[in-house]
Every structure is written in C-alpha cells, then in structure tokens.
Ligand binder design. Structure first.
Ligand SMILES: Nc1nc2c(ncn2[C@@H]2O[C@H](COP(=O)(O)OP(=O)(O)OP(=O)(O)O)[C@@H](O)[C@H]2O)c(=O)[nH]1
Length: 389
C-alpha cells in the first residue's frame, strides 16, 4: 500500500489530487450527516439533539459536498493534464476546511474527536496539495474558529448548538455519545500512524533521490566531478591499505569545438551523451566509475585493475567509437578520443590526477586519437620532487 501511496504522491496530476481528496472526504461527510439524521429518529439520541441545528448542519454540509462533486465533474476531463492548479487547490482545501470547521461548531470544537479530525486533515492536505493552499485554508478556518469562540463568549451563540447539555454532562445518554467519540479516537490514531508513516517514507524517498541527483551529471547521467573526486580519494586511501593496483584514465574528445561549430551545441550535447553511453557499456559498473569531469572531459576510475586491464577497456572504447557514426543534417561523422592512463602505486589523489593529465596532454600533443599509459609510484614522485627542490 505504501508503494501505491508513494507512486500517487509522486505522479498524480493536480486534477487527480483534487478528485482523490473529494473521494476521501465524501464518506466522512456522508457518515456524519447520516449519523446525525438517523439520531433524530432514535428517541434516546434525539433527546440529546436540537433538531433544527442538525438539519441546518446537514444542509450546509450537503451543499459543500455538492460543490465538491461539481468540481470533480469539471476536473474529470483534465485529469491527465499536468497543468498546475493553485486556485483550484486553494478553493477545494478551503471549502473542505469550512466543512470540517462547521462540523466542529455543531458538534463542539473542544471535544477531542473534533480536534483530532481537524488536526489530521492538515498533514493530509500538505501531503496531497501544497503548503500555500493549506496555509490559506488554515487562516480561513482559524478565523472561523475564533469568530465562533468569540460569539460563544459574547453569548451570541451556544456551544455545540446541535446538542443539548446532557450530551456532554453525562447521564443516561452518555454511553452512546462516548461510543461515537471513542470510534473517532481509534480511527484517528490509526490514521495518524499512517500519515506519519507516509510522511517519513516521502522524506526518505526525496532524501535518497536528492543524494543520487547530487552525484550525477545532468547532461550525460554519469557521475559528476564532485562525486568522482570523492571516490578517487576513497579508492586511493583503500589502495594504501590493500596494495591492489588502481588505474585512472583521463579522456578528452578530440576537436570537440569543431563539432559544436559545425553541427551546433545541441548536436555537441548529443555526442557527449553518446560518449557517456559508450563508456558505461564497457565498464564493470559499479566497480569501475566512469564520470564526466569537465565540458568534453571524462575520467574512469578502475579499482583493482592493472595497466593491462585498463588498456583493454580503452581499446574497447576506441573500437566502439570507430563503428559509431553520429548523424546530423544528412552528414555522418565519428569522434576520436585522447586518453591518459596511469596505474598507481600508492599515489596521492592529486598526484594520480597530475600524471593522468600529463599523459593525456602528451596524447594530444602527439597528434590525438591515441592513449599514453604509464605506471607511477608515490615513492618516485617524492624522490623527483626532492631532487628538483
Ligand atoms: N555541446 C557542448 N559543448 C561543450 C560542453 N562543454 C564544453 N563544450 C565545448 O567543448 C569545446 C572544447 O574545446 P577545446 O577545449 O578547444 O578542445 P577541442 O576542440 O576538443 O580540442 P582538443 O581538445 O585540443 O582536441 C568548447 O567549444 C566548449 O564550448 C557541453 O556541455 N556541451
């Protein structure tokens, strides 16, 4: 059930949300109206009630119910449209707020069942609609509440006018009234549990979604530079403990500016997506990590892989690109890559990047469309640094 609720909350259109809410609150309002009306025909219940207020209450609630179903009829044809409906939201939430506030006035707003129902519909409203419309409805509802309270204190209105004092003071009809209140109490407790569950599930879902999005490059769907650097540091740290080989490949598309200039930036973007696709297809994902680390620059981190293994992947990528033509305006072209590969022996992340970049620039300088690969050691790096100091 949680899956269904989550799916609905993520994918439902604004019109579907409105229709669902009307379907949800209709049984409540009908149950309230029917129980009140039925009470008029049961002598013990009738003795607790003031019939004219019960009838007036039912007329008000019935009108609000009709208004809601008229909205459903209007919204039905647009139920698949993603168009935002802030005004419809506000109107619907406000009339539902008024309906429940009115029930509270009739029934007595200081009883715990009424308070629980009112408090419960606020988080449901926020889950299904938005803060703004629920906020407006709350302001309207609270204004009604205060006006009702002030009118009671001023002696202009009775508290819970649909009931006689005996309904609250105990006595022979007390048991029936308590049954009704207890029913609302238990239903509310179950409903609150469900609401809390759904709220936490939504929170978890959005948090994990955000954390995934923060790691991805939006254009290609590969990991972004930030996540790549984080994993590079982790893998270098791990290598210092395990002494397993670790390879880094830095990749740059050749003459990419020409592609943009000749075919336009949209085509350039499509090429970058195509390159990302080729890289992903030839990796042992998730062990290997391909990432887009700059405009037309990619990198692959390969833990527990030696130079031979890394070069095999590079060759597969090169071959795949040779047989992958990109098409634009009736012309086709292929893309080549320059790559710098380093097998690291305990290199610090910044030194590993430095060597891989240096190999990449050598590949560019020597004519592009080639791979330059070396094995580098942190010890040698330090010795070289010391001798130049
Ligand atoms: N379409 C597109 N182009 C990009 C993106 N990021 C960077 N570029 C372009 O990539 C091009 C990189 O150009 P250069 O750095 O001169 O490199 P190059 O033309 O590939 O030449 P070499 O690297 O020397 O082979 C620039 O024209 C950038 O505008 C992007 O996200 N989309």
């Amino acid at each position: 059930m949680l899956q269904t609720i989550r799916h609905f909350l993520i994918h439902a259109t604004p019109a579907q949300r409105c229709i669902l809410v009307v379907c949800l609150d209709t049984p409540f309002l009908i149950a309230f109206m029917v129980s009140q009306s039925a009470g008029l025909f049961v002598p013990e219940w009738r003795a607790m009630m003031v019939p004219k207020y019960v009838i007036l209450g039912n007329v008000v609630l019935g009108s609000i119910l009709l208004m809601q179903w008229a909205m459903v009829a209007l919204l039905w044809r647009q139920r698949l449209s993603p168009q935002a409906r802030p005004r419809t939201y506000t109107f619907l939430v406000t009339i539902i707020g008024i309906a429940f506030a009115y029930e509270a006035f009739i029934w007595g707003n200081l009883t715990y069942p009424t308070s629980m129902v009112i408090v419960g519909i606020v988080p449901i409203g926020i889950l299904i609609f938005d803060l703004r419309s629920v906020g407006i409805a709350m302001i309207v509802g609270l204004t009604f509440y205060w006006a009702n309270d002030l009118a009671i204190y001023a002696g202009l209105l009775d508290y819970a006018p649909a009931y006689r004092p005996s309904a609250f003071a105990g006595g022979e009809h007390h048991f029936m009234a308590e049954m009704l209140r207890t029913g609302v109490l238990y239903t509310s407790v179950v409903a609150y549990g469900l609401i809390a569950w759904v709220l936490f599930d939504q929170y978890d879902y959005h948090r994990s979604n955000l954390s995934t999005l923060s790691r991805l490059d939006t254009l290609t769907g590969l990991s972004n530079r930030r996540y790549f650097m984080q994993r590079l540091e982790e893998e270098c740290e791990r290598q210092r403990r395990t002494h397993q080989p670790l390879c880094l490949v830095m990749i740059d598309a050749d003459h990419f500016k020409r592609i943009n200039d000749t075919y336009g930036h949209l085509m350039g973007d499509a090429v970058l997506r195509g390159l990302a696709d080729v890289l992903s297809r030839h990796m042992r994902v998730p062990a290997d990590l391909p990432a887009r680390v700059g405009g037309e620059e990619f990198a692959i981190l390969m833990p527990e892989t030696d130079l031979d293994g890394a070069l095999k992947v590079c060759r597969r990528v090169e071959k795949s690109l040779q047989t992958l033509p990109f098409f634009c305006s009736g012309k086709s072209f292929t893309v080549t890559l320059s790559m710098g590969v380093v097998e690291s022996h305990d290199l610090l992340p910044e030194n590993l990047l430095h060597y891989a970049d240096a190999n990449l620039y050598k590949a560019k300088a020597q004519g592009r469309d080639m791979t330059i690969a070396t094995v580098e050691e942190e010890v040698l790096f330090r010795e070289r640094l010391a001798s130049t100091a």
